[in-house]
Design a protein around this ligand. Structure first.
Ligand SMILES: [Mg+2]
Length: 220
């Protein structure tokens, strides 16, 4: 079974920062279709701090590193995204504790802990047109696979998030600001789902994993 070291996880977080910062305007524009248009800026504000602080964060225990990142999210990511992303990193950190590397099985449990925390924190469930509609199938796919080929896992989870964009596009949002505009949220993609899918597609590109996305939002 494959393992991931703390340095590899830190590198993936650094790549995530670049994705979020580069897409600040695009994610806010998407959010503006049915929400208040702050998603890209909220997320980028926090991830700029993560990008700047990451080199100085101690790389001894994955849990401690993720808890530091969680605190940055809670403090610097604005809107409803701060507590959601902060909770995700906190729960993943609690599931990895003082480990300096994790097995694929432990990584899968970290994703499961993060999404359960986000569900409890935001009160959303599957089908509410939130990032959970990407994270839940990603976790299920990870449970199905044995993790012997991490590149294959990355391509498979990128495909789950990509698929979630189109599968939820016509749904009416039930959580978050987009739920307040009701029907106007139908036929617009959820920015959180697009965010997760964009991060995973960028990971594919960064780590040399072949993946051809389907959703228009990933083919810009
Ligand atoms: Mg918003």
């Amino acid at each position: 079974m494959s393992t991931l070291t703390i340095d590899q996880i830190a590198d993936a977080i650094d790549v995530t920062c670049d994705t979020v910062i580069r897409n600040e305007k695009y994610f806010s524009d998407l959010d503006g279709l049915a929400g208040d248009g702050d998603f890209g800026t909220s997320l980028a504000t926090g991830f700029k701090v993560i990008k700047a602080d990451l080199p100085a964060i101690e790389k001894a225990a994955i849990g401690a590193m993720l808890l530091k990142i969680s605190m940055i999210c809670s403090k610097h990511v604005g809107g409803s995204s701060g507590p959601i992303w902060g909770t995700g990193f906190m729960k993943a950190g609690m599931a990895s504790k003082d480990m300096a590397e994790v097995t694929y099985h432990q990584l899968t449990d970290m994703v499961g802990a993060a999404l359960e925390g986000i569900m409890a924190r935001g009160g959303a469930k599957r089908g509410d047109k939130t990032l959970l509609d990407a994270l839940i199938p990603i976790h299920e796919k990870m449970q199905e696979m044995d993790g012997s080929d991490l590149g294959a896992v990355l391509a498979a989870v990128a495909a789950e998030a990509d698929k979630a964009i189109d599968e939820t596009r016509t749904l009416v949002a039930h959580r978050g600001r987009a739920s307040q505009v009701g029907e106007r949220s139908a036929n617009t993609p959820d920015p959180g789902i697009v965010g997760v899918a964009t991060i995973l597609y960028d990971w594919c590109k960064h780590y040399g994993v072949d993946y051809t996305p389907t959703a228009a939002e990933l083919n810009r």
